[in-house]
Design a protein. Structure first.
Lengths: 186, 411
């Protein structure tokens, strides 16, 4: 603006307005360019196509004994698949929802007709540690589910948070039963 | 139009250079004759020590990078390769590994010096703020450097610290995915941490340059916290403080060498001798010692988001210290109540560090809550209120009068 008023003083008012327009166009162009560069650079930090492509794994459930679970990898994350006993299912379903920190019914966390199988992302919702409890000999906490050794979060047999610092239930990954003994995660 | 700089250097070659680019004149002015208060104590060594450490870290780091592989399958082994096969690799790596700890020791003492002698007060507020920026950059650099050896504690430390960002509502998980470049700490994470760990020290050099430039505008504070009143209160930086700094550098390098040669792993975690395993969390995840106080603050709060905010807040509060402290007297030497409360703050920092090293159970939870409470109360309550209530001791009239030993009654 200082330049345009100087131009006016020299008797070229038209120059002033033209220069303002050019400055605005140049400025807007620079902002768009900077925005485009930022989109590309920040975008390059998000998961790449190959990382996104490794999206699904298929698991055979027959070797998993009642009462124990296994850990498989999916998208770099541990997935817990546990074969629950009838007692564990009953315990998970007898809870009053209002007692839960992150209320979800057990029915909504399993697939209908496959109530004995619970499939969870095995990452503590507190700070990302991996809870113990797949092996019956592991520490499973007071609620018989999983116990996080880092900061003492305790999950029940439905993977819901019951005690300790974690704010949320263990997440359920997207999955489907291919047959009665095979699941596809992702 | 600019012309040649009038250089008075007798050497014709140096004079030719200096006339066209007066860096020799500048060095003379800023590090030769630069007037510096005559009463520095050894606390004023620590800025120079931090500078020496930064340079040594960059030099050793560049040579480590010649043999290090930022690949999840190779990283751990390449560090072992440096330790066992590369000529003097063990030396370079141990200097670098322990250098991280040395850097934080001298920086923490440097910050304490600033707090005790009121070096953050007008007109040095911006100097102080640049210092806090340096601290934050150092922390980010140290954290990412610790991930590179790809041991168990590297991996799980990275997982826990990056997951802190998931506490922020709505955008939290998106930030974490962005930081990871995937769905867990993995190859993209390691690769970018290596890139940034190499970059940030050079950013640090830039901010350190601004920190020093600001220092050379406002001048150094001193143990009395009063401004020099004339040439009798100052000494030329060279040879007086180049000599005094050299003494400190020698002692400091002896301490550093003692760690490197006699106890290279005493500050490290044994779990980092095990290669990273994404399927097995170590029984107890602890950060390096210099992060323990903040880790204790994080764990002292039962709510995740609040804990994360308190942890970040414990550093960010330093930015506003120049405006929280309402006392006009700089040096705690003349503030009879404040000096003890500041030492109590140091104690709270140490207690938090010990709490951070222990499992958050029983007495440690209580102690870390008390420590965190005092840590914040010192800045947010004591600094503003005490500055108005406290009656400071009378300040000496000048630096020279105070240090030449004339009785204080004479003024």
């Amino acid at each position: 603006m200082a330049e345009s008023s100087a131009a006016t003083a020299h008797g070229h008012p038209a120059d002033g307005t033209k220069r303002d327009l050019l400055e605005l166009i140049a400025g807007a162009g620079a902002v768009m360019l900077a925005g485009g560069v930022a989109v590309a650079l920040i975008g390059s930090m998000n998961p790449a196509k190959d990382v996104l492509a490794v999206s699904a794994v298929e698991i055979d459930l027959t070797p998993i004994a009642v009462g124990s679970g296994i850990t498989v990898m999916w998208q770099g994350k541990p997935i817990f698949i546990r074969h629950r006993t009838d007692k564990e299912i009953t315990e998970a379903r007898d809870v009053t929802l209002s007692d839960l920190r992150d209320p979800q019914t057990d029915q909504s966390r399993v697939k209908g007709g496959h109530d004995q199988w619970i499939v969870l992302i095995g990452i503590c919702t507190h700070l990302g540690c991996i809870p113990l409890g797949n092996k019956p000999s592991d520490m499973r906490g007071e609620y018989g589910g999983w116990f996080c050794p880092c900061h003492g979060s305790q999950y029940d047999t439905s993977g819901r948070i019951r005690k300790g610092p974690a704010p949320l239930d263990l997440a359920v990954p997207p999955y489907a039963f291919v047959s009665d003994t095979r699941v596809k995660i992702g | 139009m600019a012309g040649l700089h009038k250089s008075d250097l007798p050497n014709p070659v140096l004079n030719w250079i200096d006339s066209r680019l007066p860096i020799i004149t500048m060095m003379q002015k800023e590090y030769g004759v630069f007037p510096t208060p005559r009463n520095f104590n050894y606390f004023w060594n620590f800025g120079a020590l931090a500078m020496v450490t930064l340079i040594l870290m960059i030099v050793t780091g560049i040579f480590l990078a010649m043999n290090y592989q930022p690949n999840t399958g190779l990283a751990f082994d390449s560090v072992q390769h440096i330790m066992r096969d590369v000529n003097y690799g063990w030396l370079i790596r141990y200097v670098h590994q322990n250098g991280g700890s040395m850097f934080f020791i001298v920086t923490y003492i440097h910050i304490f010096r600033g707090l005790y002698y009121g070096s953050y007060k007008a007109p040095r507020e911006l100097l102080w703020i640049l210092g806090v920026v340096i601290l934050l950059l150092m922390m980010a650099t140290a954290f990412m450097g610790y991930v590179l050896p790809w041991g168990q504690m590297s991996y799980w430390g990275a997982t826990v610290i990056t997951n802190l960002f998931s506490a922020f509502p709505a955008i939290g998980p998106k930030i974490v995915t962005l930081l990871w470049g995937g769905f867990s700490v993995d190859q993209p994470t390691l690769n970018r941490f290596f890139s940034l760990h190499y970059l940030l020290p050079f950013v640090l050099i830039g901010v350190v340059f601004l920190h020093v430039a600001a220092l050379h505008i406002v001048g150094s504070n001193n143990p009395l916290g009063i401004e020099p009143k004339g040439p009798q209160d100052t000494l030329p930086f060279h040879p007086y403080y180049t000599a005094k700094d050299s003494v400190g550098v020698c002692v400091f390098l002896i301490v550093w060498a003692a760690f490197v040669f006699f106890a290279p792993n005493v500050l490290g975690d044994p779990n980092n001798f095990i290669e990273a395993n994404p399927l097995q969390t170590p029984a107890d995840i602890v950060p390096e010692w210099y992060f323990l106080p903040y880790y204790a603050i994080l764990r002292s709060v039962p709510n995740k988001l609040l804990g994360v905010c308190m942890m970040f807040g414990s550093i960010l509060v330093l930015f506003v210290v120049p405006w929280l402290d309402t006392s006009r007297v700089r040096s705690a030497r003349f503030r009879p109540t404040y000096r003890w409360l500041l030492l109590l703050w140091v104690l709270s920092f140490v207690v938090l560090g010990v709490c951070g090293a222990n499992k958050p159970e029983g007495i440690w939870v209580i102690l870390s809550r008390i420590g965190a409470l005092y840590y914040f109360a010192h800045f947010l309550l004591i600094m503003p209120i005490l500055g108005k209530l406290e009656r400071p001791l009378s300040l000496p009239e000048s630096i020279t009068q105070a240090v030449t030993g004339r009785p204080l009654e004479s003024h």
